[in-house]
Write a protein that binds this ligand. Structure first.
Ligand SMILES: *[C@@H]1O[C@H](CO)[C@@H](O)[C@H](O)[C@H]1NC(C)=O
Ligand SMILES: *[C@@H]1O[C@H](CO)[C@@H](O)[C@H](O)[C@H]1NC(C)=O
Length: 363
């Protein structure tokens, strides 16, 4: 009996195989072929270790120079150091801290508490209401709690995780292609964990590109290796003038910046940096890319809008330490392959829903 089942199983596998072959042989050869010289992705490229294409490299360098200058200027502006008191609400216990206004961050406070807190803090909660990036300087007397992935209801941490994954997917897409293929990052829709995938929308100088399985594998490997570098997410609020200068090479961002700035009280734009990648996001983001565990770039869909053709990069990831068996993860991957119906690049009305301040409110 069991032999019979085995036979049936093998037959089924064979059938599936034939169907797969059928599908793949029908694809144009340029798509099917993963021969080295036909590849669109540059396998020899790597992030901070290698030397990316000159053009991309120069753009990145320039953006980083502006970021560094602005960060330095803001630090100097703090001037005479003023003290603020921060009431930390445990576990392990409630504690009082005297910190430096505009300099000390939740991360610094965690360092005073314990290594365990440093390692698990993904996000901070200020005055019970405001989500605060771990590396963002505190501005006033406040209470502080930490948020982490093992919280009973990690809703905000998961959302920040998904958002950070979109940000990182942008970094991967921006750097993965061969030099002659222009890449323009557009934006990503607000994170929606329920949708099953995180997203980044990109315009590529390619017509009707359908990534081969190998291409997706390469993108996934880049994503994972970037995550493994455990890069901190740096946050910086900049004026719209500085933002326009920083993203001068990206026509989409230049168009988005005035809208984003006008929805913020100080006419500012919030940008984030991980490694040498900088992008616009309202945030908050998780503390560092090291919180990302298993991850897969599952699909790149073509989407048509009245702004032209875009490619919707999609992926799925689990926080580090969250275990799932092969079968379960496979189901997540399958779901993440379906076209995510989140906001399209031409729907700009709800870019960065203003919420009173540039930080997201909890609840
Ligand atoms: C791939 O990237 C490497 C390193 O940045 C560069 O030297 C090489 O010219 C690139 N190859 C192509 C085909 O773009
Ligand atoms: C976006 O583009 C699609 C396709 O061209 C169009 O149907 C839709 O109305 C556009 N949406 C907006 C908000 O312009």
């Amino acid at each position: 009996m069991s032999w019979f089942l085995l036979l049936l199983y093998l037959l089924l596998l064979k059938l599936i195989n034939i169907t797969m072959m059928h599908i793949f042989t029908r694809l144009p050869s340029s798509i099917r072929c993963s021969c080295k010289d036909n590849r669109l992705l540059n396998l020899t490229k790597s992030f901070s270790t290698g030397s990316p294409a000159v053009d991309t490299k120069q753009k990145r360098q320039r953006r980083n120079e502006i970021f560094d200058l602005e960060k330095k200027r803001q630090k100097e502006k703090v001037g005479r150091i003023e003290k603020i008191s921060v009431s930390y609400k445990g576990p392990p216990e409630n504690m009082e801290f005297v910190m430096n206004r505009g300099i000390s961050t939740p991360y610094n406070i965690a360092q005073h508490i314990s290594e365990a807190i440093v390692n698990k803090m993904a996000l901070a909660l200020i005055d019970d209401t405001t989500l605060w990036d771990v590396h963002r300087p505190l501005e006033n007397d406040c209470t502080m709690q930490i948020l982490h992935f093992e919280d009973q209801d990690p809703f905000h941490v998961n959302k920040a995780f998904w958002r950070t994954c979109s940000f990182l997917l942008g970094a991967v897409a921006d750097n993965a292609f061969k030099d002659h293929i222009p890449v323009s990052l557009h934006s990503f829709p607000p994170p929606n964990v329920k949708s099953g995938s995180f997203v980044y929308d990109v315009q590529l100088g390619l017509d009707s590109w359908v990534p081969a399985k190998d291409d997706l594998r390469t993108l996934s490997a880049e994503f994972v290796s970037l995550a493994k570098k455990d890069l901190p997410l740096e946050r910086l609020e900049i004026s719209s003038e500085v933002a326009l200068d920083m993203f001068a090479d990206n026509a989409f961002k230049v168009e988005q910046i005035p809208d984003i700035a006008s929805s913020n009280p100080g006419n500012t734009v919030t940008v984030y940096r991980a490694g040498d990648h900088i992008d616009i996001s309202r945030g908050p983001m998780i503390a560092g890319t090291g919180f990302i565990g298993r991850a897969t770039i599952t699909a790149v869909h073509q989407i048509q809008t009245d702004l032209g053709q875009f490619y919707r990069f999609q992926g799925v990831a689990l926080p580090r330490g969250i275990m799932l068996n092969h079968f379960g993860y496979g189901i997540l991957e399958d779901r993440a392959r379906k076209l995510n119906t989140g906001r399209l690049p031409n729907q700009t009305d709800d870019y960065f829903t203003p919420l009173g301040s540039s930080s997201e409110m909890a609840s």
